[in-house]
Write a new protein. Structure first.
Length: 598
């Protein structure tokens, strides 16, 4: 093992000892209880089984057959989740062939950030993660299941399913991805067309035609954003059938992976019942080492910055405490092995063709960056899972070996200074653009920034400061609508960057962006007292983010300025259901603590 990986993992274990021990004791207490279907009242069981086929009822009563829960994020508006319509019936058929039964335990909400980007609905997006976790827990709370299958792909949905599942950590659990859509208009062409539209060189109909060629079929979007980063991280954690992440929907390969997931879970339950193996719930599998696997896989692929929030929350659900210092320390020793849009021109289908997630994990294992002894959710050790994986990339323009990476360090950095703590995704930013010192232009809303761009007021070097976008202010929406105009200005030769207490999309690209800044403006963070013209110095190599205004002056501004009662950027509660989330927003933790409501 690489000594840095060992040291960071040991540090996480020490920090988490009390919370992890308490979590494992909860799982042990569940195991000490009598088998739930034996101790449950007859009326309770009758309610649970009332709508089941007679044959399934007999299996459960007489044969004590394995009984699986399905938790699904199906809806037919999200292209990534539309394929799940057919899954429950398939899963039932595969389970019945193996003498097991299945019930659809819960549907969870699933919203699309691609639809809500730049819209008011985006203010509910991050908040939906904890709602999904709660809905998962509600489905499993009936206590009649031996294991669960989670169906979900996209941004907040997988973290929410995982958090909810970890609160039932005694249950064996597998995730079943649906896969990416076929490649359409290339991501680079799409980006160029968006920039031309932002400049007024194309009309709306031409833009819509292009976008419809990019997003055109069932499956996930093909860029390496948050949704596809989810799948990479689950592969690294061993929570999929090996290699399942990027097989396309309805393909023969996808059907084989899906059937294998059902078969594997039932085989494990039968082996436990026969006393051949010890039961391993998802909470026991997801230990400190497995969380480190997810962090390293994110860094090695230049994945979505959203996971510096989500996986902190995931770890917390398993009693494990991680922070951005851990990510930063691992980033220094993790090679960048992938060039996939927005970090390159290839999409995830090209990534899969070059070797896919298993190739990346095999390289990380060989480099001493993964713990080969950890068990996966299908019962084998990680090293055994990766033993037969080819160590040869099919396309070194997309995936590289650890001995010859795209970069010797990972794709994310921690920034800190007198403005607080933030993160930056460097993997897509040319190194010549990393460091910047320029005057601030301060905005309270995305709309104000876009109006200034359209009016030609931004033709200069500057750091855009967009505040009031943190979790407590308005639910921390993604700010991807800022990417095309900032890219246009950068192409014109201006030195530009973004500093914000909000989020960027998993597709954030070539413009340096210090994001997730905390304390946020709503919590009286220093960003609240910045003014137009203040010099901002951003330097990822040194891990620095500073306002070059004397500390005494910043303090004087703070002392002389009374924050508004609701803080900048506070959402208008009057529409689109946002009032329903007002109390939830106010209790969210900061971004580095996972923006958790629990």
């Amino acid at each position: 093992m690489h000594p840095r990986v060992e040291a960071v993992t040991a540090r996480i274990k020490r920090r988490s000892q009390a919370t992890r021990d308490a979590y494992l004791e909860q799982i042990a207490a569940e195991r000490r209880r009598p088998p739930i279907r034996d101790s449950m009242g007859c009326a309770n069981l009758a309610h649970a089984w009332a709508a089941m086929p007679a044959a399934d009822k007999l299996r459960l009563r007489l044969e004590r057959a394995p009984h699986l829960a399905v938790i699904s994020a199906y809806n037919d508006m999200l292209s990534a989740h539309q394929p799940y319509a057919a899954y429950p019936q398939r899963i039932r058929q595969w389970a019945a062939q193996r003498g097991a039964s299945v019930q659809f335990a819960s549907g969870v909400p699933a919203m699309c950030d691609g639809v809500t980007q730049g819209r008011r609905g985006m203010e509910l997006s991050l908040l939906s993660r904890d709602l999904i976790a709660q809905a998962t827990a509600i489905g499993l709370s009936h206590e009649v299941f031996d294991a669960s299958l989670c169906l979900g792909v996209c941004d907040k949905i997988v973290p929410g399913l995982l958090i909810g599942s970890l609160h039932f950590g005694h249950l064996p659990t597998l995730f079943m991805p649906a896969g990416p859509m076929p490649s359409g208009l290339s991501n680079q062409e799409k980006s160029t067309i968006r920039e031309r539209y932002a400049q007024g060189l194309l009309g709306r109909e031409q833009l819509l035609d292009a976008e419809s060629q990019a997003y055109h079929a069932p499956g996930t979007c093909t860029f390496y954003g948050t949704a596809n980063s989810n799948q990479m991280l689950l592969e690294a954690m061993g929570l999929h059938v090996a290699g399942a992440a990027f097989a396309m929907p309805a393909s023969i390969e996808r059907l084989r992976f899906d059937e294998a997931a059902v078969s594997s879970l039932i085989d494990q339950l039968n082996a436990v019942r026969a006393g051949r193996v010890k039961a391993l719930g998802i909470g026991e599998l997801v230990d400190e080492r497995v969380i480190v696997h997810a962090m390293i896989a994110l860094l090695a692929t230049g994945g979505s910055t959203n996971h510096l929030i989500h996986w902190v929350a995931v770890a917390k659900a398993a009693g494990i405490l991680i922070d951005w210092d851990d990510f930063d320390a691992l980033s220094e020793v993790t090679p960048l092995l992938a060039r996939v849009y927005p970090n390159g021109e290839a999409d995830v289908n090209a990534m899969q063709a070059a070797g896919g997630p298993l190739y990346i994990l095999a390289q990380l294992l060989d480099a001493g960056l993964l713990f080969g002894e950890v068990f996966t959710a299908t019962g084998e050790r990680m090293a055994d899972r990766l033993q037969a994986v080819s160590r040869q990339s099919a396309n070194e323009a997309v995936l590289r070996p650890h001995s010859d990476p795209f970069d010797r360090q990972g794709g994310l950095r921690l920034l800190q200074g007198n403005l607080g703590r933030a993160v930056i995704k460097t993997s897509a930013v040319p190194e010549t653009n990393w460091e910047l010192c320029a005057p601030a232009l301060v905005f309270e809303t995305q709309e104000a920034f876009l109006r200034a761009f359209e009016a030609g007021e931004l033709e200069r070097d500057f750091v855009a400061v967009l505040r009031g976008q943190g979790p407590k202010a308005n639910g921390m929406p993604e700010l991807h609508k800022l990417t095309p105009p900032l890219s246009v200005l950068q192409r014109k030769g201006f030195r530009v960057a973004l500093v914000t207490d909000g989020r960027m999309s998993g597709a954030s690209g070539k413009v340096p962006a210090a994001i997730h800044l905390w304390p946020e403006a709503r919590d009286s963070g220093p960003i609240q007292w910045l003014r137009n013209g203040d010099l901002i110095h951003l330097d990822p190599k040194q891990g620095s983010l500073r306002c070059l205004v004397p500390d005494g002056e910043l303090k004087q501004r703070r002392d002389s300025t009374q924050a508004q009662a609701d803080g900048p950027g506070q959402a208008d509660e009057g529409s689109l259901g946002r009032a329903l989330f007002e109390r939830l927003r106010k209790q969210l933790s900061n971004a580095e603590q996972g923006a958790c409501s629990w």
